[in-house]
Design a protein around this ligand. Sequence first.
Ligand code: GLA
Length: 396
Amino acid sequence: MTAAHDDARALFTDLTGREPDGLWSAPGRVNLIGEHTDYNDGFVLPFAIPQRTVAAVGLRDDDRGRVLVGSTFAEEPVEVDLDELDELFPTAPGAHPAVPEWAAYPLGVAWALRQAAAEGPFRGLDIAIASDVPVGAGLSSSAAIEGATASALNELWGTGLDATALARVGRRAENEAVGAPTGIMDQMASMLGQPDTAIFLDCRSLEAQPVPLGVAEAGLAILVIDTRVKHAHSTGGYRERRASCELGASLMGVPALRDVSIADLSRAEELMDDLTFRRVRHIVTENQRVLDTVRVLRERGARAIGDLLVASHTSMRDDFEISTVELDTAVDTALAAGALGARMTGGGFGGAAIALIEQDAVDAVSDAVTAAFAGSGFDAPHLFTVTPSAGPLRDA
Ligand code: GLA
């Protein structure tokens, strides 16, 4: 049990005056490689991290069919009728949810799970949420909330959905309740997490293969450098990148950029404006880098993937243009301090970078990055190592 478990239980008792029926948790994720490829039906290679979101949940004894959600991040809980969820959601594209945004995640899960399961009874419940996944850091705090809530409700309502179906419920909450046009990677990474293992996911078929990472056995560590520049994917840049990808696919006459190969890029260059072409080139080359990373991990191990991570960052910086000066500083400094590879991770426009480093270089690389940030006048970064960890759990 962690502080987040204690906090969720204490908040539940504060809000309801009773003990929860149980505690469920789900992890955030780091994406090793494969960025913005998920909504292009492509490939990704994320893994779940030790940081988790905890939901303390209890069914209500009354049969008024109400749901109350509280969070340690919010001052006031939100309470609605379960039947009202169909009026609150979906949120119109580009609009704000009809409830505070943090509450749209768990309430959106309740809404989407009811629709996915069809058969009730759906009793009212109380939900208290606490988390140690940093918010806005590109580590999928949102997928962790969705995964913890979906796991709890799936058990208490007896809806019996499997991990992939629950990932789809989480994604629907994020897309249609919160209004962030994200792909399926984060929810699948959180739902399918396994110790020491990355998840090689085909985002078209949703076929997932576990790939042993072997980072620790190779004497290596993965350092997260959270720049503490917050991002939000419900706005601006993420949506624009997605639109450019859809335009590129339609100009190529294919359903998704997954269907464009590196050999097709010269034709793509002739067919589209320079900006759209560079967006397309990032996706097409990034898909190939995921396939290459899986092959290299299997054949040669974690020590050999550094150049692929660096190439991915360069492509995101120059072609997809989703990096920031803080992320570039994190990556460049980590590499100069001896990292084997480094890249920004997640949706971009802020958030975190990862660096693959020697285990005994954690302090040296961390100090170098901290000094570089101070020297550039940036806020101090938040640095910690992560190991691939388990998916959703019932903890109590
Ligand atoms: C965010 C989204 C994901 C994915 C990544 C970029 O994390 O939630 O679906 O698109 O950005 O790879």
